[in-house]
Design a protein around this ligand. Structure first.
Ligand code: CTP
Length: 398
């Protein structure tokens, strides 16, 4: 089941570390190659000898191994791994990860790894409930790390509550499930545009819109979770996107977005234009700040290039092109027109008449219209769930 998969297990100083050899056994039994990294404190709870015997590999703590005389390269380890699991993960190491601190081998591997990272915070319940710990969990999740919730039960302190490391069987099934799910879009190249564009008027002002990029970013994450190699062309937004498997191309204007999308288009199998691209841009951009004394009462605009239409014209056999339609009236009719005119395979319709749908919300309500098929109506869901619905529909083309 895990044949050919390279997994790094990172162990920090918690009592539950003694259970990790069992997990490593299970991973090995299913064909995975396992490398173990331990912090100094972790060695008090599980011996490197045990870990090295079960993993059939040397166990690394330091950059330099005094016994073998070998240099442990964090970059090589980060590149080697298909998944990185941190269990048990102490509040201390988690806080360092959230702050980007890299003062031991394990943390440098975390910072340089390109693979999905799973983390299982394990600690006493009061430490777990602490606001700082909770904030760090949220921070790490925002970076795209997979959070494995602790279990409830008896803790090393004698107290009962939330904070126990899930049993090795459970950790194993999370990884196994991930690799199973992760195969649908394996090796598929996906291009996604997201966010607004800003069209400059002068050095301090622009014409923009209320898009936050949330929907497109959720799509990018969902594709990446399912094995795709994702290029995300992202307009100006406050949302962080650090996520394994996604390369972000930051752009500001519609012109920049057009250039990047057209450049990347030929090497992608699936393309989703979720960005709210400006339809017009100022004809002239003032090189200096426009002063109010000049009594400016109009700005002359010129149309921008319709990126999706251009991509529709460039589309080759086998490429799948998907667009969005944001409508306020005559929704179905307008969306169907866009589907046909822009040479799309599918269009995602958002109606601003629906409460909780559109810019800025965490939720969305969509209708999917595929070429030659009847529209499918969905209920109001979180943008994450909506992304899963859209990606599941796209998976049917493969
Ligand atoms: N789009 C694009 N380039 C533009 C404008 C829009 O690629 N310059 C894409 C959007 O990313 C979206 C689709 O076209 O996938 C539809 O965008 P929408 O704003 O709903 O429609 P428009 O085509 O701009 O038409 P209108 O604003 O008149 O509804």
């Amino acid at each position: 089941m895990l044949q050919g998969k390279n997994i790094i297990v990172g162990i920090t100083g918690g009592i539950a570390a003694y259970k990790i050899p069992l997990l490593i056994r299970m991973l090995k039994k299913e064909g995975a190659e396992v490398r173990v990294l331990v912090t100094d404190v972790a060695k008090n709870f599980v011996t490197p000898l045990t870990l090295s015997v079960v993993s059939e590999n040397p166990v690394a703590t330091d950059f330099f191994d005094s016994e073998t005389g070998q240099w442990n390269s964090h970059i090589d380890l980060g590149l080697w791994a298909d998944a990185l699991l941190l269990a048990p993960l102490t509040a201390n190491t988690m806080a360092k990860m959230a702050a980007g601190i890299a003062d031991n081998l394990l943390l440098t591997v975390v910072l340089s790894a390109r693979c999905p990272l799973f983390f299982a915070p394990t600690m006493d319940m009061d430490m777990f409930k602490n606001v700082v710990t909770q904030q760090n969990i949220v921070k790490l999740q925002a970076l795209g790390y997979y959070y494995i919730e602790p279990a409830k039960g008896e803790l090393a302190s004698g107290l009962k509550g939330l904070g126990r490391m899930p049993e090795p069987e459970e950790l194993f099934s999370i990884l196994a499930q991930y690799f199973k799910k992760n195969t649908i879009f394996n090796d598929k190249h996906v291009l996604i545009s997201a966010g607004p564009t800003h069209e400059p008027i002068d050095p301090v002002r622009f014409i923009g819109n209320n898009s936050t990029g949330k929907m497109g970013i959720e799509l990018a994450k969902t594709f990446a979770q399912q094995g795709a190699i994702v290029e995300l062309v992202l307009g100006p937004t406050q949302i962080t996107t650090g996520f394994p498997g996604i390369s972000v191309h930051s752009v500001i204007t519609a012109k920049e977005m057009t250039e990047v999308c057209k450049n990347l288009f030929p090497q992608n199998d699936i393309v989703v234009m979720a960005a709210a691209v400006a339809d017009f841009t100022p004809k002239v951009v003032s090189a200096t700040k426009i002063k109010k004394e000049i009594q400016l009462n109009s700005i002359t605009l010129k149309p921008t290039e319709d990126i999706l239409s251009s991509l529709g014209k460039m589309k080759k056999n086998g490429q799948i092109l998907i667009g969005f339609a944001l409508e306020t009236d005559n929704e179905l009719e307008n969306a169907k027109k866009k589907l046909q005119k822009k040479n799309l395979d599918m269009i995602v319709l958002n109606s601003l008449q629906d409460m909780g749908a559109g810019f800025g919300f965490d939720t969305n309500k969509i209708t999917l219209i595929k070429k030659g098929e009847k529209p499918v109506y969905y209920i109001l869901k979180s943008k994450k769930e909506v992304a899963q619905d859209i990606v599941s529909e796209i998976a049917k083309y493969i």
